[in-house]
Design a protein around this ligand. Structure first.
Ligand code: GDP
Length: 465
């Protein structure tokens, strides 16, 4: 990835295609020189962009030699008061693809080069306007499809997460300074830093880091959509339930999804949570090879699911097989991160009260009829309750896998550090673990970065962001 800040870059910032208006951004040292050459006001005056106020709007025409390309509105942002902190111009033109192309080619001809994916945001990072985790929040914010991820990404963009990391780093730096003082006096075998105090400090840091790490389990699920698996015997009514769930809210789902994808068949947004549904075969061991493969697939789906809905059929209910199936499912659930919801379907066909009294139905299940759509609200409430129970309640949630990996590494170093203090290792070894831990925290905020890392992060952005 080129990241030469001396270049002036430009790109379409609105989606490719026809729209009412399109916005084309120019950023860099020559942004004003470039626009100056091709823009004049409605009254035919040239504007001295270098010497006008920042954050002003100018209406006029863009011309290529004698040809008028469009009537446009120019927004002016002077450094450092722009997204990239550089001189920036935004051209709002009519949103035809032809006009967009003409404007871009005009700008290329004047020496502005096409921006790469994420290059504006990368400049904002390189110029110190935001740290790396904030830049990543920009991508999450653009991709957001539901209220929860929106809230978390917004909080991260506004520096909430960065502040947590900053506090951790400060504590470690303080710690390092105490230990490094001892290094100066290594010959004399003195201990400036009270070991008991140090342990307290490290365990406080461990507590915060593992809390953040834990939040990733939940945050990751929220960000990618909460995976829900519906399992049960063939014909229990799993597909019918899926259809019932999706059809009811399809209007809402497709309205949100329509902007990003063509069809979404298995996603449902409930109270700001995005659920991803899949139905699968049952779980019991079978001699049949094909069925065996189905079981394997179910197991795989189940491992990745946050919620498992086990559906049984009230019309063919048999307690013994039900309990055997349930046991097989329970044996494959990690209850520390997964939830189980038991559902009894086709209750429109049986007398639930009577069967209950006779002890012929299962306990602790939600009674529904997928076909006649009864009990569906109860099921949705139960689903939401399970997810709300997982919520850490903390404002800061880690939703980025890269951050989770770095936190994991920092955590390992904190563990080494704690062990080191307990085992009375030398101060230089303690200092080493502190530096390592600091290094991994710094990777999150981008206080330490490599070009490959930036490439990796920003290449996933849209062009024009
Ligand atoms: P799956 O194999 O578990 O996906 O089951 P399906 O959803 O294909 O349903 C199997 C059969 O049960 C179909 O004929 C459905 O119409 C029927 N069915 C599903 N849910 C209900 C229900 O709540 N009541 C009744 N009476 N029939 C249902």
């Amino acid at each position: 990835m080129k990241n030469n800040l001396a270049d002036t870059i430009c790109a379409l910032a609105t989606p490719a295609g026809t729209g009412a208006i399109a916005i084309i951004r120019i950023s860099g040292p020559e942004a004003f020189t470039v626009i100056q050459q091709v823009f004049e006001t409605a009254k035919g005056r040239k504007i001295d962009f270098e010497n006008i106020k920042s954050h002003t709007l100018h209406f006029g025409i863009l011309t290529n030699k004698e040809t008028i390309i469009d009537e446009v509105l120019i927004s002016v942002f002077k450094k450092p008061h722009s997204y990239t902190t550089e001189d920036t111009v935004e051209i709002s033109c009519h949103g035809s693809v032809y006009i967009q192309q003409q404007v871009l080619e005009l700008l290329y001809g004047l020496g502005a080069r096409p921006a790469q994916a994420g290059e504006f945001t990368m400049r904002a990072f390189l110029n110190g306007r935001m740290d790396l985790s904030q830049a990543e929040a920009v991508a999450d914010l653009i991709a957001t499809q539901d209220a929860n991820v929106h809230r978390i990404a917004m909080q991260q963009l506004r520096g909430g997460f960065s502040n947590e990391i900053k506090k951790l780093r400060e504590a470690l730096i303080h710690f390092a300074s105490l230990i490094e003082l001892e290094l100066d006096f290594a010959e004399e075998d003195v201990e400036f830093a009270n070991r008991k105090e140090l342990k307290k400090l490290v365990s406080g840091l461990q507590f915060t880091v593992s809390g953040l790490l834990d939040s990733f389990k939940y945050g990751n699920v929220l960000k990618n959509g909460i995976p829900v698996v519906i399992t049960g015997k063939p014909n229990a009514g799993k597909s019918t339930l899926l259809n019932t769930l999706l059809n009811e809210d399809r209007a809402i789902v497709s309205e949100i999804a329509g902007t990003t994808r063509d069809v979404i068949e298995d996603e449902l947004v409930l109270e700001g949570y995005r659920f991803r549904f899949a139905d699968t075969a049952g779980l019991r061991k079978s001699e049949d090879v094909i069925e065996q493969m189905g079981v394997e697939r179910t197991l795989q789906h189940m491992t990745n699911a946050a919620v498992i809905i086990y559906m049984s059929d009230a019309t063919t209910f048999d307690k013994e097989t039900y309990e055997a199936d349930l046991e097989a499912i329970i044996n494959n659930i990690d209850f520390s991160v997964q939830h189980l919801l038991k559902v009894m379907n086709k209750t429109d066909q049986v007398d639930v009260k009577k069967l209950q009294l006779e002890g012929k139905l299962a306990d602790d299940v939600i009674y529904i009829s997928a076909k006649s759509k009864t009990g569906i609200e109860l099921l949705k409430d139960a689903l939401l309750n399970k997810i709300n129970a997982t919520s850490t309640g903390s404002e800061t949630l880690v939703i980025n896998a890269r951050h989770a990996v770095a936190l994991q590494k920092a955590n390992e170093e904190l563990l080494n550090l704690m062990d080191g203090i307990t085992n009375k290792v030398t101060s230089d070894l303690l200092a080493f673990h502190i530096r390592q831990s600091l290094y991994h925290l710094s990777e999150i905020t981008g206080d330490i970065y490599t070009d490959d890392l930036l490439e990796n992060i920003f290449s996933k952005f849209c062009i024009g962001k």
